[in-house]
Design a protein around this ligand. Structure first.
Ligand code: SF4
Length: 321
């Protein structure tokens, strides 16, 4: 590997400087990038993505996410700083991680928790890669699971959004490469803790086809839906995701089960529900109210009668009169 190759890989985030910023059509809409997890959520249910990413409604972390974060941090500390790997969930993967740790001490071609920012067809994609081994054309992603039945197999991996997003990042960084190996490092966190590796090799052509056929339409949908005002304005995915993972946390905001169709009623409900759930985040609530008000003024045709500035002022005063 040449020194310039290493610099290229190490400087993934430098690409941010040359990205083309997306047009912002709404002063309160600051969505300007997607990640693999956003794409997955949007595919699951566009309304769920809208509530969490555009309206910024937060949900408390779950035990599963806490364990995942803890394991990722333990592995990062082990490979980067040689800190003893004692996390019980990560421990079964230690023998497999050991050569990566040793190699990381001798070379600089391994990047751990490397942030990236690239563009794809004018859309910004960002995220973090758990382990990238540049000279081996290998990308590793750590996953914790409660049972093996939830782990993906090779066929599922070959159609996974995250896999293709990471492969795309790799191919952008290494134009001469035609293949990349993606390894999902599964660690079972419940009874009978163990490690299981699921590996696939992806060609550049397969990756490009997937990005065009599946990821581009999702990004285009996100761009369109990011300008919407209320959850009700964004079509859900036929409610198939409502019961997944113990139930969608946004039912209060979504009205999917109430069958509400009155936008005015929904708006009032939404602001009230949001205030109740997030009373500590007053700024966020005001932000959302302003955003809703701004869009309403536009919808009423105020764009012709008022300047954007006047409408914006009126929007900021929303709720005070
Ligand atoms: S409750 Fe169902 S339709 Fe509503 S946001 Fe959640 S997944 Fe989507």
């Amino acid at each position: 590997m040449s020194a310039s190759d290493t610099r290229k890989w190490a400087g993934l985030s430098v690409l941010a400087e040359c990205r083309k910023p997306m047009e912002r059509r709404d002063p309160w809409n600051d969505w300007d990038r997607a990640s693999a997890s956003q794409l997955k959520t949007y595919k699951e249910c566009p309304r769920k993505w809208f509530i969490s990413k555009i309206l910024g409604v937060r949900t408390p972390g779950t035990e599963a996410t806490r364990v995942g974060t803890r394991v990722h941090e333990a592995i990062e500390d082990f490979i980067n700083y040689g800190k003893a790997l004692r996390d019980p969930v990560a421990l079964p993967a230690k023998d497999w991680l050991w050569p990566i740790f040793l190699r990381n001490k001798r070379t600089d071609d391994i990047k751990v928790e490397k942030e990236f920012e690239i563009t794809f067809d004018g859309f910004n994609l960002s995220g973090k890669i758990d382990i990238a081994i540049f000279t081996d054309a290998t990308i590793v992603d750590h996953k914790t699971t409660s049972a093996w039945k939830w782990a993906m197999n090779e066929e599922q991996l070959a159609e996974d959004i995250q896999v293709h997003t990471y492969a795309y990042v790799f191919f952008q960084q290494k134009p001469e490469a035609n293949h990349v190996k993606i390894v999902y490092n599964y660690m079972k966190k419940k009874k009978g803790k163990a490690q299981r590796l699921v590996t696939i090799a992806l060609s550049r052509e397969a990756n490009e086809n997937f990005m065009r056929a599946y990821i581009l339409p999702l990004l285009q949908g996100m761009e369109k839906d990011a300008t919407k005002v209320l959850p009700l304005d964004v079509s859900p995915n036929e409610y198939s995701a409502c019961g997944k993972y113990g139930g969608c946390p946004f039912r209060d905001f979504c009205h999917a089960r109430k069958g509400v169709t009155d936008r005015h009623e929904t708006r009032t409900d939404y602001v009230q529900a949001r205030r109740k759930k997030n009373d500590e985040t007053t700024t966020e609530i005001n932000h959302c109210k302003s955003r809703i008000r701004w869009r309403e003024l536009e919808e009423r045709g105020s764009g012709g009668a008022r300047s954007r500035n006047q409408a914006s002022k009126a929007a900021r005063g929303f709720g005070s009169s």
